[in-house]
Design a protein around this ligand. Structure first.
Ligand code: PRE
Length: 362
């Protein structure tokens, strides 16, 4: 620790010297990453160089080594950006997300892939799946669950008809703000936001803006765009969206629950090897017979596999037929999960491994 009585100029010299070393080491790291890329092959596409399991492992080591004062999340963010730049030396990854610019989905893209990746804003969750399937995007990032409101059904339903795989998960703390042209609460007569965001801020709106009209629109960024053209409107959106659309912030942290978190999935076209701390998502349909769900769940218990979540959706294959989205701990390559899946396969109508991917980092 530097003595606080040390003159400012001396402390800055020390910082300059540390920066020189950090910069040298970053350059050295980038050169090593180039050499690793050469081993993988010359002139390949970004996706051929990308190793999510290795990135998760590197970031977990960062967390294990961290002794502060920066938080684990800050350290992970910094190292994520270094890896993002190292990877983009070859060719940046192209990531589709639910646009426009400034959405929480874009924040999730940056959290997981860093700023050197190329973000491709798309019009809907369906379009994200389509662009990934067509190979126009290497990966897509789609919201799947909110801690307060539960699963996002459009996303789950897309897996029933698309062949997308799950390659990662991202947890994003969602802080909502109210933005407007004037930045004054008393000018607000209408509030635009995505339906989910209106729900997340229901209590705050009831207490602070009891008389205003709340209008649900396609995204919070769209809400910000609408607020930009009206003196008496405001938009609920994240801090980034407020900045992108140059609105003033009326209030910050207006979400009803302090732990408001959205989970996103990274969708792609392939499966990846184990990272050491993984989750597997399965899509299982059952025949309409007594004990069908028991037959699906009991092999997990028998083989010591922990169940993380289960969600049922109409299977769209016939009336009263259901598909179960099941998340379990571990990678599909593990013997326990292999055994459980094999056993379930003998009773379930269909079973599909959507993906095994590293558990979300801070
Ligand atoms: O270890 C590798 O395979 C690398 O390509 C290096 C590296 C890194 O910067 O650490 C870069 C990109 C990959 O996605 C994973 C890791």
């Amino acid at each position: 620790m530097t003595d606080p009585k040390t003159p400012l100029s001396e402390m800055r010299e020390r910082i300059d010297s540390i920066d020189r070393q950090i910069q040298q080491l970053i350059s050295e790291r980038a050169r090593h990453a180039q050499t690793v890329a050469k081993v993988k092959g010359e002139g390949l596409s970004a996706i051929d160089y990308y190793r999510p399991e290795r990135e998760a492992h590197v970031l977990r080591m960062v967390v294990d080594r961290n002794q502060g004062p920066l938080s684990d999340a800050e350290m992970v963010r910094l190292f994520r950006e270094i890896m993002s730049s190292c990877l983009a030396q070859e060719d940046p990854l192209k990531i589709g997300f639910l646009g426009p610019e400034g959405t929480f989905s874009e924040q999730a893209v940056r959290k997981h892939f860093g700023h050197a990746a190329y973000g491709l804003p798309l019009g809907s969750i369906e379009e994200v799946f389509q662009e990934v399937a067509a190979g126009h995007a290497d990966f897509g990032v789609v919201p799947v669950e909110n801690s307060g409101q539960g699963m996002i059904q459009v996303t789950l339903d897309m897996f029933l008809t698309s062949e997308a795989t799950i390659c990662g998960e991202i947890e994003l703390r969602v802080h909502q703000c109210l933005h407007s042209l004037s930045g004054r609460l008393e000018d607000v007569r209408r509030v635009y936001a995505h339906a989910q965001s209106l729900q997340q801020c229901k209590t705050w709106l009831r207490i602070n803006l009891p008389e205003v009209e709340c209008i649900a629109v396609s995204s919070n960024a769209e809400a910000a765009r609408l607020a930009l053209h009206a003196d008496d409107a405001a938009a609920i959106a994240g801090e980034t969206a407020g900045k992108v659309y140059r609105l003033k912030t009326v209030a910050q942290g207006i979400e009803d629950r302090a732990d408001n978190t959205t989970r996103f999935l990274v969708i792609g076209r392939s499966l990846f090897p184990p990272s050491g701390n993984d989750r597997t998502s399965l899509l299982i349909t059952v025949n309409d017979k007594p004990g069908a769900l028991y037959d699906v769940l009991s092999p997990f218990a028998k083989h010591g596999v922990s169940l993380n979540r289960i969600e049922s959706r109409p299977a769209h294959t016939g009336k009263w037929q259901y598909a179960f989205f099941i998340d379990v701990s571990g990678h599909i390559d593990s013997p326990a999960l292999q055994a459980a899946v094999q056993e379930i396969g003998t009773s379930a109508a269909t079973i599909r491994v959507l993906g095994s991917y590293p558990v979300a980092l801070p």
